[in-house]
Design a protein around this ligand. Structure first.
Ligand SMILES: Cc1cc2nc3c(=O)[nH]c(=O)nc-3n(C[C@H](O)[C@H](O)[C@H](O)COP(=O)(O)OP(=O)(O)OC[C@H]3O[C@@H](n4cnc5c(N)ncnc54)[C@H](O)[C@@H]3O)c2cc1C
Length: 475
């Protein structure tokens, strides 16, 4: 990876070395000259390792892969990495009205009325989600209606008991890092459909939280960057993209400029808005990006000498309406002796704890861990948390949200190129929007668009499709 730059000319510039940008570069690099410009001093974006004092590492960003995420499993295999299943044995805990109740599976044992209420609401939600085409949620006959209300309004009407609403909201918090009032009903349905179903998104074994990657998911990005070599330049925040009189583009970053034919912007929507384009992006594109705020999440991890909760037949998974940590997982790495408990602060809670002191936040989190798993959880060997909303170059996670009116008021053109500017990143995916898998998919589409355009430009006749399987054309 280069840290300094001389002005150069390539065919394609990729802005952002997250998993999407790196995948796009990897798919194009054998045929075209490519440059990846990354703002941070590292690659990976929302994927990052934290290293503990004993040398172990843990993902402080995205970490899980699960069934249906075929591109991710293929990438992991191609790069020689290995997965292991998240610890999912023993009882889960529901922390309700100050008491802990044990349960198995995704839905806790609660009073039968609230349970039936929750079950019915989830079934209704899944049926509506199944009726959507994730490639074009705006085409559904009820799209306007569903995009005019928030998920919160729908929950108010479709969950009669407060407990069912609270538990549904915990699931939504865990999946979106947002409150139900922040997203449109249409987006919630699309998102569930995009990742198969809400149940898939909530589940551990058989669901989106099934597997972890040894060495961390950031390791996948580091491996891709290593293969791309000098094509990846870190510490090079892109500030401007200018069109030159000959139609080519000049991508200006803090260390220089790169001239190219095509640009793939692979940064979160809120970051794309911070880049100046000359000529300006069309008004609809700018408005759409403005309508895509990021979710809010602080990921908190405590390290103990062993996963002591397992001795008590506990899975490490908690659901707690009271919080502030509303969901936890056993994040211990297979084959390592340390026990890691991980909890999320999400939505309003993340915004609150993002503005208190680190010591106050740590105390609140460990207080929750102790309430759920006993006093032994109060004094970890080490504690780390990461507030992604305060991170430059990301400013929120897991992904952008679509509030009411976004999908039907511009979202129809989300994935469209703007001239020679193409869009990638998890927020531009049809499948698994918000997830690493979605980031890979969006990169395949953007790379295919660029390849087609460059072939048409060079008059090379009918273009060969980009290898979307990622099997033969990557570096
Ligand atoms: C706490 C957390 C938990 C998550 N859990 C999961 C999970 O378990 N499973 C899952 O699949 N997904 C998960 N996700 C989501 C997943 O991490 C993302 O979907 C994925 O990493 C997005 O990749 P990307 O390449 O689209 O964007 P990013 O990773 O955001 O990459 C964009 C890159 O662009 C760079 N950049 C920004 N602006 C500029 C600029 N002006 N110039 C140059 N570079 C710029 C950034 O530094 C960054 O490196 C989680 C995310 C977080 C934060």
């Amino acid at each position: 990876m280069r840290k300094t730059n001389a002005t150069e000319r390539v065919q394609v510039v990729v802005v952002g070395a997250g998993i999407a940008g790196l995948n796009a570069a990897r798919l194009l690099a054998n045929k075209y000259s490519v440059k990846v410009l990354e703002a941070r001093d590292r690659v990976g974006g929302r994927l990052q390792n934290h290293y503990f004092a004993n040398g172990d590492s843990v993902d402080v960003g995205g970490q899980w892969v699960g069934p249906g995420q075929d591109r991710m499993y293929r990438l992991i295999e191609t790069l020689g990495a290995k997965t292991w299943p998240l610890y999912d044995s023993g009882d889960n805990l529901l922390h309700l009205a100050g008491k802990l109740r044990r349960y198995r599976g995704t839905i806790p044992r609660i009073n039968p009325i609230a349970l039936a209420d929750l079950g019915l609401a989830m079934a209704r939600f899944e049926t509506m989600a199944r009726s959507l085409d994730p490639a074009a949620p705006w085409r559904h006959k009820k799209a306007d209606k569903w995009d005019a209300v928030t998920l919160e309004s729908w929950l108010q009407q479709n969950c009669r008991t407060q407990l069912a609403r609270q538990l549904f909201a915990i699931g939504i918090g865990a999946v979106f890092a947002a409150e139900p009032a922040e997203i449109s009903l249409l987006h919630a349905l699309f998102y569930a459909r995009s990742g198969n179903s809400l149940e898939t998104l909530l589940a551990v074994t058989g669901g989106a939280q099934q597997d972890r990657v040894h060495g961390g998911t950031a390791g996948l990005c580091e491996a891709m960057a290593q293969q791309l070599g000098e094509r990846v330049q870190v510490e090079a925040p892109v500030e401007r993209v200018e069109q030159l009189p000959d139609g080519s583009l000049l991508v200006k970053h803090t260390r220089g400029a790169v001239q190219c034919e095509r640009v793939i912007v692979a940064v979160p929507p809120n970051q794309a808005l911070r880049i100046r384009f000359q000529p300006e992006l069309p008004a609809w594109r700018d408005k759409l990006l403005q309508r895509m705020p990021a979710g809010s999440c602080i990921k908190c991890i405590a390290r103990y000498d062993k996963p002591f909760w397992r001795d008590d037949r506990l899975s490490g998974q908690v659901a707690s309406p009271a919080g502030p940590v509303r969901v936890t997982f056993d994040n211990s790495e297979q084959g390592k002796s340390s026990g890691l408990l991980m909890g999320f602060l999400e939505g309003d809670v993340a915004r609150h704890y993002g503005s208190v002191s680190p010591a106050e936040r740590r105390e609140a989190v460990l207080d929750c861990f102790a309430r759920y798993f006993g006093e032994a959880a109060r004094n970890p060997l080490e504690y780390v948390d990461k507030d992604w909303s305060s991170e430059a170059w990301t400013r929120g996670c897991y992904a952008a949200l679509m509030p009411p009116g976004s999908w039907t008021g511009g979202g129809q053109r989300l994935r469209e190129a703007n001239g020679a500017i193409h869009w990638a990143g998890t927020e531009f995916a049809v499948e698994w929007f918000g997830y690493m898998e979605g980031a890979l998919e969006s990169a395949e589409r953007a790379a295919a668009e660029v390849e087609l355009a460059l072939q048409e430009q060079s008059g090379a006749g009918s273009p060969e499709p980009v290898d979307t399987e990622g099997k033969s054309q990557h570096v």
